[in-house]
Each structure stands twice: as C-alpha cells, then as structure tokens.
Design a binder for this molecule. Structure first.
Ligand code: TRP
Length: 334
C-alpha cells in the first residue's frame, strides 16, 4: 500500500518562484509515488476575518495556480478545506484533547498575538488543532512542511498519540515531516535578502503571473555591488542570489558566460540583469498562459474542486466514523 502524503497550502494565491522551486516541485514528484492529498486551507484564513468575497476569490486563484503548476487531479486528491465538513467536526472533537497550556506555548500563537493584540481569538489559539484535524482526517503518514510548521506537526503527533492512548487504540498513525531538505532549493529574493517571499520588501518576489514589464523592472532594480575587482573573487550575497536565480531559469551556456565574465571581471551587471529578466519571462510564460486559460474555464476548475472534495470525503468519512465509534458517539440508542 502506498503511504499517504498530505499538505495544506494557504489560500493566498499569487505563487512566486520561491514557492514553485521551494515546495511545488516537490509536490509534483510526490504525486508519482504516494497517495497524495493537497488542499487549500481556507478555514485557517478565517482567524484574520477576511472579506468573504475576497476569500472566495483567493481560494479560486490558488486552485488555478496550483493546477497550472502541474498538480494533477488524476493523480492526487485536491480539494478545498471547507468542502469537507468532516474536518471541522474532527477539529471540534480533538479540541477536547488539546490543553490550553500547550496551545499557549506554541511559537506561532505567541508571535501572532504580539502582532494582532486586538484580535486574539480562540481560532488562533486552536490553529494547531485544526491543522491536526487536516492531517489526521486522512490518517496521513507524511507531511511535507517547511521549518516554520514543524512545531505544529509535533503537536499533531501529540494529539494523535494522546487519542490512541486515552482510548486504548492504535488508530492514528504518527505523521512525520516529509524531509524535503535533500531537494530543498532555497530561492533568494531580489532585494539581496536570503529568501524570496511575499511579505519581504516590495519587489523582492517574482510571481508566476507577473507581467513581463514588471519582471524587467523588478530584476533591473535588484541590488548589486560595484563589481568584481579581482579575478575569481567571492561573490557578495546579492550577486550570488542573482546567479542562483539564473541557474534555475537560464540555459547552462548563459550561466557559464556570466560566471566567466564575473570571474575575469568583465561582467556588466546591466547586461546580466537584462538576460536574467528575459529568461525569467521565458520561464514564467507557460505558467501565465495556463493560469489565464484555467481562469477562463470556470467549469473545469469547479469540476476539479467538486470531484476532489467528493474523493476526499470518502476517506474523511471513514476516519470520522471510526472516531465516533471509538469515542462512544455511535450506537447510543440500541
Ligand atoms: N499551517 C500551514 C501553513 O501556514 C498550512 C496548513 C494548514 C497545513 N493545514 C495543514 C500544512 C496541514 C500541512 C498540513 O503553511
């Protein structure tokens, strides 16, 4: 039997190159070898009270982008979190096993309450319980997550073990982090910082649906130094970052040409960036085209979401039914 892999993505839409090389490419590989569940986490988004219409729009945009990147509804089960009411019910049941103290100790909770003092709601506190419900509803074995989610995954393991122990069953497997470090590519930002991200400075990230002119602008504005003065000199971070990007999107010869130019101090950053911008445009073009084709095919996208939810609910209902049985919520009136 294939192991089950599960991952949730935030419903923010607007994937950038960092998301693509850092996570999505791994998802594409996993689809070939595991029973995969991928979903859009729109319930988690509610902690910050988004506008309902905007929330719907970003869920659709996120789904479109993931499909455009190659998530395949034939190979994986792809769905929207709120289309599975079983998740919300398991969340309510797991809340009975989650202690206030451990939830308050969670790093992401502590950070969030510092940032949003005016909106410290119970959903924020129990965010890790909802995430545990996401994972345990399919009794997943492996969860590909970044470092920032490791603590949440550890809490999921605690809830799973506690459930098994309390009810004397061996029902939930302990989900482990899918170690992506072997193939994890860290994508640098354009502002000289180590990481491409949406919340970093303006112009730091390049989105898959980015307009060609904006790509040119962003790349041309990327930070550079005054240039190498000695042959084979070490590259400062901001230059290394641009070379890392070029390595991902350009032809080998192009990369080699500019490596050589750097090493013999003849590199002209203007030309280098122009070439990088054109190669990023080439690379993102097919994504852009797929995204806009999918956006115009509402029927197809709706169909993916509907059949994904239907498929996911089979597995979710099975788990929930067993949980009902174990917790004494079934066959009360016989
Ligand atoms: N909390 C995750 C994030 O912020 C998203 C998420 C929600 C998730 N539920 C999940 C990830 C279940 C993995 C498994 O990125």
């Amino acid at each position: 039997m294939k192991q089950r892999v599960l991952s949730g993505v935030r419903s923010t839409g607007n994937l950038h190159l960092g998301n693509y090389f850092g996570a999505i490419k791994n998802f594409l590989e996993m689809q070939e070898n595991y029973e995969c569940y991928f979903f859009i986490a729109n319930l988690h988004a509610l902690t910050t009270h988004p506008d309902p219409e905007l929330l719907k729009k970003s869920v659709r945009a996120t789904l479109v982008e993931y499909i455009a990147c190659g998530l395949d509804p034939e190979k994986s089960t792809i769905y929207v979190q709120s289309d599975l009411p079983e998740i919300s019910e398991l969340y309510a049941l797991l809340n009975m096993l989650a202690y206030k103290g451990e939830l308050e100790k969670c790093t992401s909770f502590k950070e969030k309450i510092k940032k949003h003092k005016e909106n410290i709601n119970a959903g924020l506190l129990t965010y890790p319980v909802l995430m545990a419900a996401d994972i345990l509803i399919h009794r997943a074995h492996k969860v590909p997550v970044g470092k920032d989610q490791e603590q949440h995954l550890e809490m999921t393991r605690n809830f799973a073990l506690r459930f098994n122990h309390l009810y004397g069953v061996n029902f939930f497997p302990e989900p482990e982090a899918f170690d992506m470090s072997g193939h994890l590519v860290k994508i640098p930002g354009l502002d000289g910082s180590g990481k491409m991200g949406k919340s970093e400075s303006e112009g730091n990230a390049i989105f898959l649906r980015e307009d060609a002119d904006l790509i040119r602008k962003k790349v041309m504005r990327a930070k550079t130094d005054t240039g190498p003065t000695q042959p084979n000199q070490q590259k400062p971070d901001e230059i290394k970052n641009l070379f890392t990007l070029m390595n991902l999107v350009s032809k080998k010869e192009t990369l080699q040409f500019f490596e050589d130019a750097y090493n013999n101090c003849t590199i002209r950053y203007g030309d280098f960036k122009k070439q990088l911008a054109e190669d990023i445009i080439q690379f993102t073009n097919p994504f852009k085209e797929k995204i806009s084709a999918l956006e115009n095919d509402t029927k197809y996208i709706n169909n993916i979401a509907e059949s994904g939810a239907e498929k996911a609910r089979v597995s979710a209902a099975k788990t929930l039914d067993a949980v009902h049985e174990i917790m004494g919520l079934k066959s009360i009136w016989k």
